[in-house]
Design a protein around this ligand. Structure first.
Ligand code: ADP
Ligand code: 5GP
Length: 199
């Protein structure tokens, strides 16, 4: 059996603190076909974040230069900071045959869904706003003002969940992980991506 596969672009969105990073990092650990597209951001690094791994942390000037150079697949202002997906990140990884995970907000997701209609889009929901609040405070990476700003934006983000192909509720982590993993497993077998040749 010979087989060829077309790479896929996987868009994961959801309000801050819902568990996007927790879930896709576990996916990346368990599936060597997956890779993460490192975004650029003008927000400062949190303790434990590494430049080039979590984000490319850049200045406003550098960001504007990238916008002018048309370097972004999509870019948006989120929670008062600029974020963008570099075309080069996505193209290089897809050319290697990898499936690329984007962790982007709904504005960016809408833009990617329009320009790459074959992408797979997944929205993560919290079981409640109170749980989201507890997760953001429990993560302890942002100050209370920043957390309240993110919680204030969560309702508007959640209203856009229906624009995605899939919705997963991250209440029980194992269940949510299994559901996202099942979506990716099924999407890999689509006949527009998987071309087996029986010899
Ligand atoms: P996001 O990337 O969406 O901002 P994180 O992955 O950083 O969110 O998760 C936010 C916090 O919630 C982290 O402390 C993480 O350990 C925790 N968390 C994630 N999923 C669950 C879950 N299902 N149950 C309890 N805590 C969770
Ligand atoms: P954080 O600051 O918590 O890492 O991310 C804040 C928000 O920015 C999250 O909703 C995340 O999905 C989004 N985000 C991260 N990178 C990008 C990006 O490249 N583009 C867009 N549009 N959103 C991004």
């Amino acid at each position: 059996m010979r087989e060829e596969r077309k790479s896929m672009l996987i868009v994961i969105s959801g309000p801050s603190g819902v568990g996007k990073g927790t879930i896709y990092n576990k996916l990346l650990d368990n599936d060597p076909s997956l890779t993460f597209s490192v975004s650029v951001t003008t927000r400062g690094p949190r303790p434990g974040e590494t430049d080039g791994i979590d984000y490319f942390f850049i200045s406003d000037e550098e960001y504007q230069k990238l916008v002018a150079e048309n370097a972004f697949l999509e870019h948006a202002t989120v929670h008062g900071h600029s974020y963008g997906t570099l075309k080069s990140q996505v193209e290089e990884k897809m050319e290697k045959g990898l499936n690329v995970v984007l962790d982007i907000d709904p504005q960016g997701a809408r833009s990617v869904m329009a320009s790459c209609p074959e992408c797979v889009s997944i929205f993560l929901l919290p079981p409640s706003y109170e749980t989201l609040r507890q997760r953001l405070y429990g993560r302890n990476t942002d100050d209370p003002k920043e957390i309240e700003r993110r919680l204030g934006n969560a309702r508007g983000e959640i209203e856009q969940a229906h624009l995605y192909q899939y919705v997963v509720v991250n209440d029980n982590l194992e269940l949510a992980y299994d559901q996202v993993s099942a979506i990716i497993t099924a999407e890999k077998q689509r006949t527009n991506r998987f071309f087996p040749v029986v010899e």
